[in-house]
Design a protein around this ligand. Sequence first.
Ligand code: GCW
Length: 680
Amino acid sequence: QAETGSAGWLRYSRITDPSALQQYRSLPRQIVRADTSPVGQSASGELARGLRSMLGGEFRVSSALPDGDAFVLGTPQELHHLLPQWRGPDLAEEGFAVSKLNEHGHRLWIVAGGSQRGELYGVFHLLEQVAELHEIAPDAESPSAPIRWVNQWDNFDGSIERGYAGRSIFFEGGHVRGDLTRVSEYGRLLASVGLNGCTVNNVNSDLRTLQPEMLRELARIADALRPWGVRMSLSVDLSSPQAVGHLSTFDPLDPQVIAWWQQKTDEIYKLIPDFGGFVVKADSEGRLGPSHYRRNPAQAANVLAHALLPHHGVVLYRGFVYNQHLDWHDLKADRARAGYDNFRALDGKFEPNVVIQIKNGPIDFQVREPVSPLFAALQHTNQAIELQVTQEYTGQQRHMVFLVPMWKTALDTDMRAQNRSTPVKEIIEGKSFHRPLGGFVAVVNVGLDENWLHHPMAMANLYGYGKLAWDPDLTTDQIIDGWTRLTFGNNPKVVSTIDDLQRNSWHVYEEYTGPLGLGTLTDIIGIHYGPGIESAERNGWGQWIRADHQGIGMDRTVATGTGYIGQYPPELAKIYESLSTCPDELLLFMHHVPYNYVLHSGKTVIQHVYDSHYDGAAAAATYAPRWQTLHGLIDEERYQRTLALFEYQAGHAIVWRDAVSEWFLRMSGIADAAGRVGHY
Ligand code: GCW
């Protein structure tokens, strides 16, 4: 019986095909665990559970070597103890190696981890090989970067900011939930794709977060995550010394404030010895911050960093600092400039355990943005990229939008810092500028919905995020294929149909929403859902599209615009600055052009808008019929749920198509060459 519901992709379906089973016949049925730590126990327990479920029969865990074949799990030190002759490779702290050893005629499968966490990742790797019917072969892997975290934007009242799958798994009614079963299950899912940190409360942080009573409650969440090697961290408000500590100030340079953070941090580590650290949103969207005292982000971050350092904790200081009261009439005003303008001068001023957490694009998780220029500007500062698994601007888990191709576009963008190859992924891994720390964060916002994210297809984004954080060089095809096989089984027709549906879904969503880098064109003031083309204009939020009857787009050039393009290293800036080299998909992010401007594709801007919206809606309309060809090949529950969502998406894509196309017709006065727009 396959595990369902909250198991996510960890279904471990029984393998029934005899020829597929054949290759696993010789696997040992004994699992030897060399250590007794909670994470080590999770590793051995998981291996037994997964193999039992997929292969049938019994798999037993013991602590001594049996007189027979066995899996042996442990860190190198533990393994040497059990098997003095074992020689393993050098392992990174969270890396693993799977190898075979013949010992007195017995065959041993060794899963060595650089730490217990590495051991656990090795087990999940092995189980994934079996679930996807691959041969179990000797292998070694290690993660790309130390920070592989998720952020949850959960509030203590149980609601979730930008969450689309039910109430919080952590909180209800101002408290941590009594039953934290779902939290442990979440920890297991995160660990299965190599994620090692979870920030459990909203970055718009509740002022009660650091109160002693609340910390005692929060420690229970850390306890539930710990067996999966997931360290809990907290979002904190920088005014806490005043709000919680009742000091007269929260000026980060005030000695009392410094002492308060130190004492508070020590208090936390007494309750939570493996606490991950603090995430900080400050001077942004109404949150207080160092600017209140004319201090800068480095001064604030470093106070927290000093307090955390002796405990090996880190500060993730968000680069999302901007003024939401910009003057729309000022053609030089530009929200996209804010990250660079606020942080560039501070490069090198942050303590070694501070990481600047930077959203992939300079605005806010739109369907298409260039990468933030801040990635290249900080060369003496640790960085992490912030991605969004929760589909705030990309259909809120009512539309299928597989985001891995979008994230890969960002990660693979070569910023050409110092006129050399510096793709974003290598910058955040710490490779480009030799930084000790860095990595990946994603806002996930799972909820109590049994399947975590509401749309059955949306879990591919969480899985894909973890895989990319582990290894950003994996291809989109490798990632989606792995997820589909784990989630829906290995039937070739099922796999190829779902892979195809997912693979192109970001492109399709972009086609029927915001074209050519304009942003999603959704309602940007409120719920961020459905068409809201003009909601971006005439307000201080700065997501402007600058449309009039002649043309459209933000002029961000150095020559005549906001100068934003000049924030990129020269080689990349040159490409964006010139109309002849700026890629079509970012044209209206970088330039203001007339509606009849001709793209590299040979189409005018206006005709592209019409065509792409009709193409996108037509593509979305194929999802349901393609899905229907799988009837009977997957379980009825997920079949029906997905079908209903695909039917809804097809309809909503038409709403989008017509709203955007007709708005463009009204603005430009230029008819659709194919005669479709405006005929209803
Ligand atoms: O995308 C915006 C969201 C806010 C969010 C903010 C942020 C948590 O609309 O809801 O606040 O970004 O990232 O801080």
